[in-house]
Design a protein around this ligand. Sequence first.
Ligand SMILES: NC(=O)c1ccc[n+]([C@@H]2O[C@H](COP(=O)([O-])OP(=O)(O)OC[C@H]3O[C@@H](n4cnc5c(N)ncnc54)[C@H](OP(=O)(O)O)[C@@H]3O)[C@@H](O)[C@H]2O)c1
Length: 322
Amino acid sequence: MDRGLLNRRQFTGGCTAFGLSLSAASAMVAVHASAEVSETDSALKPAGRTVKLPDGTTVPALGQGCWHLGQGRHSPAVEEEALRTGMSGGMTLLDTSGNYGNGRSEELLSHVLAERRDRIFLVSKVEGNEVAGQGIAHACAASLARLRTDYLDLYLLHWPVSSAQFPGVVSAFEQLRTARKIRAWGVSNFNVGQMEDLWRVPDGHRCATNQVAYSLNNRRIEHDLLPWCRQHNMPVMAYSPLGGDKNLVVSDRTLAQVGGEHGCSAAAVALAWVIRDGNVVAIPESGSPAHAKENAAGLSIALTARDLQTLDAAFPGPVRST
Ligand SMILES: NC(=O)c1ccc[n+]([C@@H]2O[C@H](COP(=O)([O-])OP(=O)(O)OC[C@H]3O[C@@H](n4cnc5c(N)ncnc54)[C@H](OP(=O)(O)O)[C@@H]3O)[C@@H](O)[C@H]2O)c1
């Protein structure tokens, strides 16, 4: 029996709490493609807004960022509840890093993971200054120890290193994959030139994703990186999808107005916009259960062509140079 799977009563209770019909909520539950579905819960087939990774794994289009968790912004109990609330709403991908709060983010996640590891798609990261020698293997072992788990679903290089180091990085990631310490690997903050260089390295095309900043008020990747990733069948993982701590879009009036029409918050509309094309996974962070619940609603919002036009007018993308 899959320990992490919600039983029907828990699930129906969750639906009521979210103000959703069972079918709508079922559509929001997105999990790892290979996850088992028990007989009792076979009616709750994962569907809804998901994104396919290059190896065929399906992940929810919304996950949860964990950068500031475990560092006193909210109490640990409240932050864990926020993660559980988000997961009940379908945001079962969790994004952390070995360097978030010097490992405290990973330590906090270990409590949530212990309850439902098989239902979580776990992402962590290694730093550019850790890649020399056996550095990636050591950093991975340290992350696994803090997370108290045997494997990561995805391991990312947090920031680019010089292209000359790419072969060593790819080879270290591939060794971890063969050893089943990680199921896939990817990069973060790479531009198109760096992606091209990576593709020239043996096994470089095994990269599962590039995690970069993307939100309504930061649309820089739309001209080059987003189309490049689409052409290469590689999804983008959008960080700071609400604009990030210092530039949040959640109090924007246009977003509130569109949210009013869909019966959801401005934040949910902003997230639905980021994941609108099926090739982007967004990882909003929240240590607040109420915010996590709002954010999860973004998984089930279908923005209309008119909504998209309205949002384009309010948040114009970068102007194309001719
Ligand atoms: N790869 C990289 O270089 C990189 C860089 C930055 C971030 N990241 C990843 O991306 C994740 C998210 O990015 P981020 O934290 O920069 O930005 P973000 O998710 O756009 O914004 C987070 C902020 O939004 C607030 N918030 C969340 N939901 C809300 C809601 N429904 N209503 C109002 N406020 C809400 C949060 O506060 P509350 O806690 O109070 O809700 C927090 O202050 C990080 O946790 C991290 O995992 C990766």
